[in-house]
Design a protein around this ligand. Sequence first.
Ligand SMILES: [Zn+2]
Length: 203
Amino acid sequence: MLIVDNDVLLVERQLRQGQLICPSCGAVLAPWGHGQPRSIRGDLGARLFLRPRRTRCSGCKVTHVLLAEVFWPRRADAAVVIGAGLEIAALGMGHRQVAAHLGLAEGTVRGWLRTFARRAEDVRRHFTVALVALADDPVMPDAASSAFADAVSAVAAAHRAAAMNGRTSGGCDEWPHMLTVSRWEFAGRAIGGRLLTSSSSAI
Ligand SMILES: [Zn+2]
């Protein structure tokens, strides 16, 4: 699985021109059909539909699905929706309050918050490294009230830095649209979709 731009035409062009790289071995990915259509909940209850592009590595021959950055792997809600929930929770609200704010089921939100809490230190570390790489004069966020909130702050700081210099680090592509991509779409792509997956080798 590889997180890519939301622009389907741009991704298709990148794929055809051999610009997409296997996350396992670094060889070029080639077109390999499509996956099953799927949909997720977007902002304000809108449904977002996608037919994921499948690719096959020219080196290790492993197939990889390309997932637009609006999606996070194995989640039924868009990155911006889940991210909004994480930000509300970082303010100190529990899953019931977050679910009420977003109009979603409590169990869904509880799952996000529990998983992100387990991932918080890895996420904080990843985006602190990204911040240092991206910013000319990196300003570390102040320590927050919890590891969870520290991780949310680190994502926000790295996104600001990326938006300011219009590029990203960690082996990702150039980001010509960096000023318009949302914080949590940036985050999912920058960490290979591993914001809410417990395994560090989920790519
Ligand atoms: Zn490969």
